[in-house]
Design a protein around this ligand. Structure first.
Ligand code: DX5
Ligand code: ZN
Length: 220
């Protein structure tokens, strides 16, 4: 139920494979992979070839967070590269229903992300067909920002609307052991953590402390 998803945006790109192997060994279930296009967010990160090169080295579940305009264009390349979950942003998609079906047609999971300024109500019409909702707790674009507790109300509202369905709620941005406890209390069960995990190796202790607070406080 509880999943820890270190964001490899905060890893050492010069030793990406080693870092991905290290988080796997340290007990993470997922690798959170941030894809940025320089348009939807003012930063660039990585393309499908890089994802493919770590796929060969890792058994982790690959969670691709597309912070890109025209996400449909990138679904197939990232699935072919090894993504098992594709998250797109509500803010740049007109027909979410169609895009969710398109992602599912590749046999992978589909999720919608919302920025801190976006109302959670915008995703309620498609909630029933989603595998996960990503509630951003920072403005997307960069790692290392401060957690915004005001987004927790959105999680409570999504939890109330998902009606017992098996939909994951993920939080991304400023997650550490302390903020993970707050997020878990609100109903988050998938925890993305970039700078907190990669601050210093070995990563085992940080991942364990996030998990402990997440499990101890989870209210889903
Ligand atoms: C931000 C990214 C996050 C980021 C999280 O745009 O979506 O996944 O890497 O990093 P931290 O945990 O450092 O806030
Ligand atoms: Zn992310």
């Amino acid at each position: 139920m509880i999943k820890i998803a270190p964001s490899i945006l905060a890893s050492d790109f010069g030793a990406l494979r080693e870092d991905v192997l290290a988080i796997e060994k340290a007990g993470a279930e997922w690798a959170h992979i941030d894809i940025m296009d320089g348009h939807f967010v003012p930063n660039l990160s990585m393309g499908p070839d890089i994802v493919k090169s770590i796929r060969e080295a890792s058994g982790l579940f690959f969670d691709c967070h597309l912070m890109v305009e025209n996400p449909k264009m990138f679904v197939e390349p990232f699935v072919k590269a090894g993504a098992e979950l594709i998250t797109f942003h509500q803010e740049c998609v007109e027909d979410m229903d169609e895009l969710i079906d398109y992602i599912h047609s590749f046999g992978v999971k589909a999720a919608v992300a919302i920025k801190p300024a976006t109302s959670e109500e915008t995703i309620f019409p498609v909630l029933h067909k989603l595998d996960m909702v990503l509630v951003m707790s920072v403005v997307p674009g960069f790692g290392g920002q401060k957690f915004m507790p005001e987004v927790l109300d959105k999680v409570r509202n999504i939890r109330a609307h998902k009606d017992g369905k098996n939909i994951d709620i993920q939080m991304d941005g400023g997650i550490n052991a302390e903020t993970a406890a707050l997020a878990a209390k609100a109903g988050v069960n998938v925890f993305v953590a970039g700078s907190a995990v990669f601050a210093k190796p070995p990563y085992t202790e940080t991942i364990a402390s996030i998990r402990k607070n997440a499990e101890g406080n989870y209210n889903g």
